[in-house]
Design a protein around this ligand. Structure first.
Ligand SMILES: *Cc1c(COP(=O)(O)O)cnc(C)c1O
Length: 405
């Protein structure tokens, strides 16, 4: 179908000519792309290596076993399920496994999580997600500075008696002390689940605490800072739990695994073990810090940052809602996404700010000077101090020197 290939080419052009600041996006390697587009998509393999419901799975078994081994080695865990089709599905499957593990049958399992408006994810109990239907959620808040506060978490545990504490964010710019959090869970005898979707690459590179060491169960996507194919994983060190995870993934929630994606996951785990990946993550952290500091110099209102992202308060900085800022930046080829700020008084559809991440642009080789220049373009354009034409000239001068997709 010619039309689709034309559209793919147009999208490639958009990706090459634009500046991608969405914190959850990245560019995969040629090898990841190659595995994803391979003939492995032809094979049905319901079940697990050695226990399939279809014949002809000898080679597929080797592929999936390799992916599991690479995943366990990368995150230093005993067990992994590499079949979840996405991060959201991994969460659904993890909840189901935890409920079985706790043998909760007559009531809903109760999960303490951070609400969407403070940086949580839809699957962490939002009313528009399956999660709030199947489980009972209660929430902890971030403090006034937008940080996790151990006292708030402990108070929420004491007041709500949850079965599970869920830690994980889509827009939290600071590092997380998983060890300290796990101590609170042990003290109150509840399980700890971590959703490391955003920070998996930083964990893999050893540049932040590894939650797999402290949590009972950890879910993740593979396509954000980890720079792999679009998909999910679930890992644990608990032998009883991995059995329940496996049956929650298949047959409870999913049918045939996407073995072409699993092969691509194996490649991504292997790439993430290498020294070049550590250098890459270090560069992401540097670029994010440089970008955030540039906004400080320009008198904008920004959060701090200790990872690959920060929050820009567009209302305070430019008198624009997050939605208005996002739309204006799109006019000049800069892609961002509006995001709720802690204690935001706007709705999730408008918001008061943007979430800005440097993982994708760092994959394209952006340097410190270009990052600073980018902050200047964004700021001047949103303040109406430069024309659209002039802003586009600036954007093009950056994109023209970046690596091609
Ligand atoms: C992105 C994200 C997910 C969901 O991943 P999908 O693959 O989009 O379903 C889950 N949890 C967190 C914290 C995320 O940031």
């Amino acid at each position: 179908m010619v039309e689709i290939f034309e559209l793919i080419n147009r999208e490639r052009k958009r990706q090459n000519e634009g500046l991608e600041l969405i914190a959850s996006e990245n560019y995969v390697s040629k090898n990841v792309l190659k595995a994803q587009g391979s003939i492995l998509t032809n094979k049905y393999a319901e079940g697990y290596p050695g226990k399939r419901y279809y014949g002809g799975c000898e080679i597929i078994d080797e592929i999936e076993n390799l992916a599991i081994r690479e995943c366990c080695e990368l995150f230093n865990v005993k067990f992994a399920n590499v079949q979840p089709h996405s991060g959201s599905q991994a969460n659904a499957e993890a909840y189901r496994a935890l409920q079985k593990y706790l043998k909760i049958e007559k009531r809903k399992m109760k999960i303490l999580s951070c609400q969407l408006s403070d940086g949580g994810h839809l699957t962490h109990g939002s009313s528009v997600s399956f999660s709030s239907n199947l489980y009972e959620f209660c929430f902890y808040k971030l403090d006034d500075t937008g940080h996790i506060n151990m006292t708030y978490i402990e108070e929420a545990i004491v007041n709500n008696h949850p079965d599970v504490l869920l830690i994980g964010f889509s827009s939290y710019p600071y590092s997380i002390d998983f060890e300290e959090i796990s101590k609170i869970c042990k003290k109150h005898n509840i399980l700890l689940m971590v959703d490391m979707a955003h920070i998996a690459g930083i964990v893999a590179a050893g540049k932040c605490q590894n939650p797999c060491k402290y949590a009972d169960i950890v879910t993740s996507t593979t396509h954000k800072t980890l720079r792999g194919p679009r998909g999910g994983i679930i890992v644990t060190n608990n032998e009883e739990l991995i059995k329940l995870i496996n049956s929650a993934v298949f047959p409870y929630y999913q049918g045939g695994p996407l073995e072409h994606i699993i092969a691509a996951k194996a490649i991504c785990f292997n790439e993430a073990k290498r020294a070049e990946f550590k250098d890459y993550i270090e560069e992401v952290l540097n670029n994010t810090e440089i970008c955030k500091t540039a906004f400080d110099w320009l008198n904008c209102s920004v959060s701090g940052t200790e990872n690959h992202l920060f929050l820009l308060n567009t209302k305070k900085s430019f008198g624009l809602t997050g939605l208005e800022a996002q739309n204006k930046l799109e006019e000049i080829g800069i892609t961002t996404n509006k995001d709720m700020l802690p204690n935001d008084d706007e709705s999730p559809k408008t918001t008061s700010g943007l979430r800005i991440g440097l993982a994708a642009l760092t994959s394209r080789g952006i340097n410190a000077k270009q990052v600073q220049f980018l902050a200047v373009i964004i700021c001047n354009y949103l303040r109406g101090q430069i024309s659209k034409e002039k802003a586009i000239v600036g954007v093009t001068s950056i994109t023209s020197s970046l690596k091609e997709i």
